[in-house]
Design a protein around this ligand. Structure first.
Ligand SMILES: [Zn+2]
Length: 240
């Protein structure tokens, strides 16, 4: 009887998120990314503007080269950067270096190449700092029941379960601030001027309807602009 119960427990735990690895998180990200790219492709919205796509590739390539140099783990990743004319997502990076950038967003904010570099470097920073894995681990710490459930359910919950998302918001805030900081430093190491990178946050604050309002898991744009200016001044003073 006892043995029988044990066997059942083993079956129940198969595919569960007992202890998550970066490899599993990357496999999940790969699946979700592929699905979204297929869906954009079907609607002729994938890399649909060659000029914008080339602009993004030109700016992102040196940033990825720098990231691979600074975070050796990411040298083995299949980095991918796609673009779309649509504005459903501004820009994102999934685990393992899978990026998507929206032309509508970049054009709406009228980003210069330096400001586009800041946006891309912020996303790259999320990936190389393993922010997805850390978020899933935090979710399992906050709600231990996730350890016994399929990882795919947790993937869905961090984006759709509002109660869990609320609990994860403090970590999300920290991760955003860290991606701003490490992203700015990464793009600066590539050779961009730090004050010109920081201007991205000025445009963000200017475009925001409530620049002092803190979103769910994002620091207020005005606060991000202030932090970026301070960091830029520090980098300028330190020199390359
Ligand atoms: Zn972010």
């Amino acid at each position: 009887m006892r043995r029988y119960f044990f066997a059942l427990t083993l079956i129940a735990y198969a595919g569960a998120a007992l202890a998550l690895t970066q490899a599993e998180v990357m496999a999940g990200a790969e699946r979700m990314y592929r699905e979204q790219m297929r869906e954009l492709q079907a609607r002729h919205q994938l890399d649909a503007d060659p000029a914008f796509h080339q602009r993004v590739q030109r700016v992102v390539k040196p940033l990825i080269a720098q990231a691979v140099h600074d975070y050796p783990e990411s040298a083995g990743w299949q980095w991918e950067v796609h673009t779309t004319p649509e504005d459903d997502d501004n820009a994102y990076a999934m685990a393992g270096g899978k990026l998507l950038v929206s032309r509508a967003y970049v054009h709406k904010l009228q980003l210069t190449d330096a400001e586009l570099a800041m946006l891309l470097a912020h996303e790259i920073a999320h990936a190389v700092l393993r922010h997805n894995l850390l978020e899933y681990e935090e979710a399992m710490r906050l709600e231990p029941a996730w350890r016994g459930r399929p990882f795919a359910e947790l993937e869905d919950a961090v984006d759709n379960d509002s109660a869990l998302m609320r609990k994860l918001a403090p970590l999300g805030m920290q991760q955003e601030a860290e991606a701003d900081r490490e992203g700015l430093k990464l793009a600066w190491r590539v050779g961009w001027s730090a004050p010109m990178l920081a201007r991205y946050f000025h445009k963000l604050a200017r475009a925001s309807h409530a620049p002092n309002f803190e979103q769910f898991a994002h620091p207020a744009p005005s606060q991000r602009w202030k932090a970026a200016q301070e960091l830029a001044a520090m980098l300028e003073a330190a020199g390359r």
